[in-house]
Design a protein around this ligand. Structure first.
Ligand SMILES: [Zn+2]
Length: 338
């Protein structure tokens, strides 16, 4: 049988992206809007998006830098100071999720949560107004390879059981443990990034140090990576694409204290297509990139389509001062702009 040469999909959603603000927003947002109709925009700016007013202001900044066809889905950052009133007002301002970072686990999380269980009234308010709890699921201070599994066990499982009406997303799942947990709890979903479908810790530190493959949570073992691939291509109803595209200028990656984050937006659909193609399940890609997430969030599916063609091209080494995922490598699929 001849290989498929064209793939037409419902216009996709990115359920986790860092669009930044100011000049960086203007430099990188194009890579997201050319492939995604909607994107869940993370709130970890400095200063962060904390309240309804911040949601309005950040949405306006994004809309100013994009086209009306692109819909930014807004989030607030949940901190120890978040209250049920803040949650309700943010929801009314259109925020669809509250993002919780434990203290100090990744970029701009110094003001992250210290007292998870004290936030129960906030979680209840999120449940009651239909806001998703979006989690950076790592326990600070635990050995780096075990942080995700530890957080799932300590916090996510008990919370999912005690508040079955709260919808929870484990963001950028990196481990077999995360996939298992999603299976066990009908109110828990997870996003998987394009890069975690490829990378293991070997790609970061197995040979020469590669700061551009360094992200949080860190890429893990071959077994973890393979379980993520299996989960992504499985058609699971609660597992969907969230790129976690997180651009940092090259000097902030290649230095003594390099930032965590992979800039994968420029190659998001193409790299995902390669994975589905390799497993001969391209027909399931639409579910992963355009359907499962919207259904979990309770949002309508996008109308419109995007087309990818089988076409070899080389990923640029540098895009607006940021090194993209797969820089310098050849990819087998090329996506047309939405
Ligand atoms: Zn992120």
């Amino acid at each position: 049988m001849d290989p498929i040469t064209t793939l037409t999909l419902r216009a996709p959603d990115d359920w986790h992206v860092h669009l930044r603000d100011g000049p960086m927003l203007k430099a990188v947002v194009w890579h997201t809007i050319k492939q995604f109709r909607r994107a869940l925009v993370m709130p970890n700016l400095t200063p962060p998006v904390l309240t309804a007013d911040d949601v309005h202001a950040y949405r306006a900044e994004i809309q100013d830098a994009t086209f009306p066809t692109f819909e930014p889905l807004m989030t607030i950052k949940i901190t120890d100071r978040t209250t049920p009133e803040i949650v309700r007002a943010a929801r009314e301002a259109g925020a669809v999720a509250g993002k919780l970072y434990p203290e100090g686990v990744t970029t701009n999380s110094e003001d992250g949560v210290r007292s998870f269980w004290d936030l129960r009234p906030v979680f209840c308010a999120m449940r009651d107004c239909g806001m998703i709890l979006s989690l950076h699921a790592e326990t600070p201070g635990v050995f780096v390879m075990d942080r995700e599994a530890n957080f799932l066990h300590q916090y996510v499982s008990p919370l999912a059981v005690s508040l079955p009406g709260l919808r929870i997303v484990v963001e950028h799942a990196t481990s077999a443990a995360a996939v298992r947990l999603v299976d066990e709890h009908p109110n828990v979903g997870c996003t998987i990034t394009p890069h975690h479908l490829y990378l293991t810790l070997d790609d970061v530190v197995g040979g020469a140090l590669n700061p551009h493959a360094f992200c949080k949570p860190i890429a893990k073992t071959h077994r973890d990576r393979d379980e993520l691939v299996k989960a992504a291509i499985s058609g699971h109803p609660r597992i969907f694409l969230g790129t976690d595209s997180a651009p940092h200028v090259i000097v902030k990656k290649e230095c003594a204290s390099g930032c965590a984050g992979v800039f994968c937006a420029p190659v998001a659909l193409e790299t995902v297509a390669e994975v589905f193609d390799r497993h001969s399940v391209l027909h399931r890609m639409e579910h992963f990139v355009a359907e499962a997430g919207a259904k979990f969030y309770g949002l309508p599916l996008n109308t419109g389509q995007i087309t990818l063609r089988r076409e070899t091209w080389r990923v640029p080494e540098d895009l607006q001062g940021v090194r993209p995922f797969m820089a310098g490598k050849e990819l087998a699929w090329k996506s047309r702009s939405l």
